[in-house]
Ligand binder design. Structure first.
Ligand code: SAH
Length: 354
């Protein structure tokens, strides 16, 4: 899968260009262009013959197909088109400290979580590292950075559609490349990866990947509840997942974030808060309480702001730090999978003439 130009490392370019008889410094020039998302025809400091030769390789990458700007908070929801015509989402969120880009790792998802729109039609395919890097380049070309900032995208969260650890090799390659000082140079400190809990992959990731912030989508205080909403829990039950998360916290010295979407009548009462607190006590962690985004096809309801605050207070009483996630881009279908689905449905409608 690593044939596309947009995902070649500097070393791979050196080998390729040496094989073409190019002088050594050319690889660095090409790599610098590629990390800005520039295509061969626009690599102005290269001889025409080299540009043409590079153009014969598949590029990979992405381009912007559609975007929506939130009037409320400046969030931009992107729909990116890939070379094979697939569409995937990304979201740029604006904060005082910089901008966070939420990136998808697969077209669709095969994890089957009961509350999630990304998984409704299964997984179409994995995204390549070059495509994930391409999302950043697209956004940086689309949104100029502010005068006092070095770049537009300062932080990355792998929290879009897809399960990152189900696309392990491409995701690890992406993380290495995006944090390369000669490339996009985004520090692993500013990157988060969110997983639903593929335990063996998480253990491997702990040992061999750059140490990013780990988020775990927990959403339940016990196996009985988690089994109902997250099929992955049948394979890797909560005890195994919590042990792997604890291991990550200990090996990396980083606090693990547990994501917990509050669902009415399922995981949001005092007994759930108490049970959750007991299970998380021994882990260096923080709980991110998420207001459930309503997905039309799913019959689950979120809780009120007041209920969320109550849940947070119950955790706090048991010394578990928690916050309620700010909802961003709620007016532009900010939640995972929603924009892609609505655009695909419109395309289908258009084509069938209804
Ligand atoms: N597969 C990874 C990455 C997806 S990240 C994972 O499961 O962590 C997206 C986050 O949004 C996950 O925590 C996911 O559980 C959550 N999510 C999905 N659908 C949601 C919804 N309708 N409302 C609130 N959160 C949702």
């Amino acid at each position: 899968m690593n044939e596309s130009l947009s995902e070649k490392t500097l070393e791979e370019l050196q080998t390729l260009l040496a094989g073409w008889g190019e002088p050594k410094f050319r690889a660095g020039q090409v790599y610098a262009w590629l990390s800005k998302g520039v295509r061969p025809e626009d690599m102005t400091n290269l001889p025409k013959t080299l540009r043409e030769r590079l153009s014969t390789l598949p590029y990979g990458g992405a381009r912007i197909y559609d975007k929506r700007l939130s009037e409320k908070d400046g969030t931009i929801k992107y729909l990116f088109a890939l070379e094979d015509g697939n569409l995937v989402e990304g979201v740029l969120m604006r904060y005082a400290y910089g901008n966070t880009l939420c990136i998808s790792t697969q077209v669709g998802c095969r994890m089957g979580c009961a509350f999630c729109a990304s998984t409704l039609e299964g997984c179409v395919r994995n995204l390549t590292a070059g495509e994930m890097l391409g999302f950043i380049s697209c956004v940086e070309a689309d949104v100029p950075h502010q005068a006092d900032a070095v770049r537009t995208v300062t932080n990355i969260v792998l929290m879009g559609s897809g399960e990152p650890l189900d696309n392990y090799d491409n995701v690890v390659r992406f993380l290495r490349m995006v944090s390369d000082e000669k490339g996009k140079n985004i520090s692993p400190r500013n990157i988060s990866l969110s997983t639903c809990g593929l335990v063996p992959k998480l253990l491997r990731f702990t040992e061999e990947a750059p140490h990013v912030t780990l988020s775990v989508s927990l959403h339940a205080p016990n196996n009985t509840v988690r089994d109902q909403i997250m099929p992955v829990n049948h394979t890797y039950p909560m005890e195994q997942l919590l042990a792997a998360a604890k291991n990550y916290a200990e090996k990396t010295g980083r606090r693990v974030i547990f994501e917990y979407a509050l669902i009415d009548g399922l995981n949001s009462d005092k007994a759930a808060a108490d049970e959750l607190a007991d299970k998380l006590r021994a882990i260096n962690c923080h709980v991110n309480l998420i207001p459930l985004n309503h997905v039309e096809e799913r019959n689950l309801r979120g809780v009120t702001r007041k209920q969320a605050e109550q849940f947070m207070a119950w955790l706090d009483k048991r010394h578990i730090s928690a916050t309620i996630r700010r909802e961003m881009g709620s007016d532009i279908q900010g939640a995972c999978g929603q924009l892609r689905r609505s655009v695909l449905q419109n395309i289908e409608k258009g084509e069938s003439g209804t």
